[in-house]
Design a binder for this molecule. Structure first.
Ligand code: TXA
Ligand code: MG
Length: 404
């Protein structure tokens, strides 16, 4: 009797294990992840804060050749862009694109951005570019702007567009990205190189944490610049620019180029208004997921008076500590001395929101490393890059805002 019970439970656990193995097989067909460290080839630009790659660096040249060959032969390679690290594959190759979705655990209804290195690559990819779109590209490419355009039938795998009649295209402003795409000689589909739902990677080590063993290679070019993803826009028939995802190009910058006006997608406005669940479906499918989230529960405290905000944040942190939680706070330099928590992360000065964008995702990952279970964050002004920072903060917090 005992034996048969044992046998049955063994059979059951064996079956469970097989099911688990099968599930794992879907997600992790184990791959050897090659690392190309080309950080030594990056050097500071003379006039700007960004970095450029030394043109004649032999390590970089051979790394890009090898990584380009991996992409051209259907592999997956993570690489730095000026925004965040991307996970690239040949956009025309369905098997390669499927490997991106499998490695990330990404929902299949979320389309991928296609990255190009020259305007000639755009020609075969889309059927039309109107006047406003052309002006946006001239103003912001290479740079952190993705333009959603009508896709040329058969130009990319249907998995890239998730069945839509449009494709998001961008030309990244990063020497390594541009040279890698040119070496691969194909349009490169590349979402952010994180496991789905995790904060986007701004360092190669973030990519390794999430995807080592699941992808074919990582090109380490050091920290990315902007730190939040590209701005995704769609231009309507009347020339109005609709922002589907705020990002590295600000609304103010877009407005200087788009004469017919710029507006935010209705779903973004609802999220900002502080509604829990969106009523309107976002036009960028990816915006409906709780993205960018650390593992701990995160809440934002917002209000006009910084002392009241700080007092409420500290009260919440103290209550959490009392419950035995590990606490974290995400705040601007101006207010850091006001907080006591297990893990204090700075977003830089309120006067320089580009620092907040640059630091945000690494800070969210740091909370995970410290085992933080309860996170309180300050909010930030919405102007300039603050629009994108606040959008990501709201997503990380699942729109949970305490108004004081
Ligand atoms: O900065 C970036 O854009 C980074 C780097 C790697 O280039 N990429 C990135 O990709 O953030 P991903 O996949 O994490 O986010 C792409 C967003 C998603 O919200 C997706 O739904 C939206 O762009 N998107 C892509 N194609 C679209 C389309 N045809 N129509 C509407 N939204 C689209
Ligand atoms: Mg992403």
């Amino acid at each position: 009797m005992d034996n048969s019970v044992n046998e049955q439970s063994e059979l059951k656990s064996d079956k469970n294990q097989k099911l688990k193995d099968k599930k794992d097989a879907v997600y992790t067909e184990r791959r050897e992840t090659q690392l190309w460290d080309v950080t030594g080839a990056m050097t500071f630009k003379e006039s700007e804060s960004g970095k450029i790659a030394k043109e004649d660096d032999p390590v970089l040249r051979s790394a890009l050749q090898e990584a380009g060959n991996v992409l051209a032969s259907g592999g997956t390679v993570a690489f730095p862009t000026e925004t965040v690290y991307g996970l690239g594959a040949d956009a025309r190759n369905t098997k390669a694109v499927e490997a991106i979705f499998a490695a990330k655990g990404r929902p299949s209804d979320n389309p991928l951005i296609v990255h190009i290195a020259s305007m000639s690559q755009l020609e075969g990819l889309v059927t039309a570019v109107n006047e406003t779109e052309r002006r946006l590209m001239e103003a912001f490419w290479p740079g952190p702007l993705t333009v959603v355009l009508p896709v040329a039938p058969g130009a990319v795998s249907p998995r890239v567009t998730a069945g839509l009649s449009t494709v998001g295209v961008r030309m990244p402003a990063h020497d390594i990205a541009l040279r890698l795409i040119a070496a691969a000689a194909c349009p490169v589909a590349a979402p952010s190189a994180n496991r789905s739902g995790r904060p986007s990677p701004t360092l190669a080590s973030h990519v390794g944490e999430d995807l080592a063993g699941r992808i074919d290679g990582i090109v380490d070019g050091g920290p990315t610049g902007v730190g939040v993803e590209s701005t995704v826009v769609e231009v309507d028939a009347d020339g109005t620019v609709t922002v589907l995802r705020p990002g590295g190009v600000t609304v103010e910058q877009l407005a200087r180029v788009a004469s017919a006006g710029v507006r935010l997608d209705a779903a973004l406005l609802e999220a900002e208004a502080g509604g829990g669940q969106n009523i309107t479906a976002p036009r960028a499918p990816g915006m409906k997921y709780t993205h960018y989230a650390p593992r701990g529960a995160m809440r934002i405290v917002a209000g006009a008076a910084p002392e009241r905000v700080a007092a409420r944040i500290q009260a919440e942190l103290d209550a959490a500590a009392e419950r035995g939680e590990t606490t974290g706070v995400l705040a601007f330099d101006e207010h850091l001395p006001l907080y006591r928590a297990d893990c204090v992360q700075s977003l830089g000065s309120l006067a320089a929101l580009e620092t907040a964008a640059h630091r945000l995702y690494a800070a969210l990952r740091r909370f995970d490393e410290c085992g933080v279970t309860c996170i309180l964050a300050e909010s930030c002004p919405q102007d300039g890059l603050g629009g994108a920072v606040m959008n990501r903060l709201l997503k990380a917090a699942g729109n949970h805002v305490i108004h004081v």
